[in-house]
Design a binder for this molecule. Structure first.
Ligand code: ADP
Ligand code: MG
Length: 343
């Protein structure tokens, strides 16, 4: 049992601000006698993420729950638990560890994760505008490595975007995590789940591949190659390749139009880098790189990343990471899961 004094000092470490918003009733409560919930640190399309203290050892962890409106969706509950499955099955330092799972008072699940300190690539891009070509390519290679491992175990992330790429300075240099396997496609998913996915768009509109945009549930690793290609385009040009008046128009364009050539939009981009990007975001999957590994090899063969690249990138990180607010929820590119049927 926790003494009153012990509990008080733990509570003071959490120091919740006046809680407001969705799931704010959880702030300051103890889940399953094990986790004291602190402030909300992030909101995604389907999930809300809180800081928390694991009472057994005082460790700082993170609790991810579903947004209230999704609490009764069986598929989304299963997806949240699947994030735990991915963490258990794909052994890679860039995948956030999931320690435990449990159930909230409304019967919906929560997962307990390692707390990641760092800056989202979206925040870095907001501050810096663009990255140098070698810096962007270094990140592409890092992301390809984790995608390769996930794909090999039968998981397609489906929501690769700057906000899910978290960078920090660690003892070994630049550390990175790929967050949020919450909308991944999984070979292990039951057949009926895949069928229910047909005609729905999973991912974030600005970054989805044409096959995701057309509601195809049977996507493979090339969908993530496309998403990463959009990220590379954005890292170099400070804009995404496709835009639209609304989500429907945006998705139609992704399905029907070829992406603009990066090399025509910016003279810094060489023919080789332009070709690399074009092959990552080719509309037809067969014209894309066949795998994340193949992208990684192509990047390596350009020989643009050198010993100074990582140091320069590290210098661009803000030393103290601010609270992450996922603003994209309101924005057009926001809904990480677009359940609307698109025909
Ligand atoms: N383990 C973590 N540590 C720190 N921040 C996190 C962690 N997981 C998520 N976040 C923050 O919360 C936001 C929403 O989490 P995410 O997993 O993307 O939810 P959703 O599935 O709803 O998109 C992330 O963009 C990130 O800023
Ligand atoms: Mg997310």
């Amino acid at each position: 049992m926790w003494s009153v004094v012990g509990m008080k000092s733990i509570r003071s470490r959490i120091r919740p601000k006046a809680p407001r918003g969705e799931r704010s009733e959880l702030v300051g409560t103890i889940l399953e006698g094990k986790y004291l919930v602190g402030d909300r640190i992030g909101t995604g399309g389907t999930g809300i993420v809180f800081s928390a203290i694991r009472l057994a050892d005082d460790a700082e962890v993170v609790i991810k729950t579903l947004r209230t409106r999704f609490a009764e969706s069986g598929d989304l509950c299963r997806r949240l638990r699947r994030e735990g499955e991915v963490a258990r099955r794909v052994h890679h330092p860039a995948i956030v560890r999931v320690f435990d799972e449990g159930m909230l008072h409304d019967g919906s699940p929560f997962i307990v994760m390692e707390r990641i300190e760092g800056e989202g690539l979206n925040q870095i891009l907001r501050r810096e505008g663009t990255l140098e070509i070698d810096e962007a390519l270094l990140l592409v290679r890092r992301v390809c490595d984790v995608l390769h491992h996930a794909h090999a175990k039968g998981y397609v992330h489906r929501d690769v975007k700057p906000e899910h790429i978290i960078l920090s300075a660690g003892p070994q240099g630049l550390e990175f995590r790929l967050l949020d396997f919450g909308v991944c496609a999984a070979d292990s998913a039951p057949h009926d789940e895949r069928e229910r996915e047909r005609g729905r768009v999973y991912g974030t509109p600005n970054y989805v591949s044409p096959e995701q945009a057309s509601g195809d549930p049977d996507v493979d690793g090339r969908a993530d190659v496309f998403g990463l290609g959009v990220c590379l385009f954005e890292m170099l040009l400070a804009r995404v390749p496709f835009s639209g008046r609304d989500v429907t128009q945006l998705l139609r364009r992704i399905i029907r139009e070829d992406a603009p050539r990066a090399g025509l939009l910016d003279f810094r981009i060489s023919r080789e880098v332009d070709a690399l990007i074009a092959k990552m975001i080719a509309r037809v999957p067969e014209e894309r790189f066949a795998s994340a590994r193949a992208v990684s090899r192509a990047v390596a063969s350009l020989e643009l990343v050198d010993a100074s690249t990582e140091t320069r990138l590290l210098n661009k990180l803000r030393s103290v990471a601010a609270e992450s607010e996922d603003e994209t929820v309101e924005a057009l590119d926001g809904a990480a899961l677009l359940a609307a049927a698109f025909g």
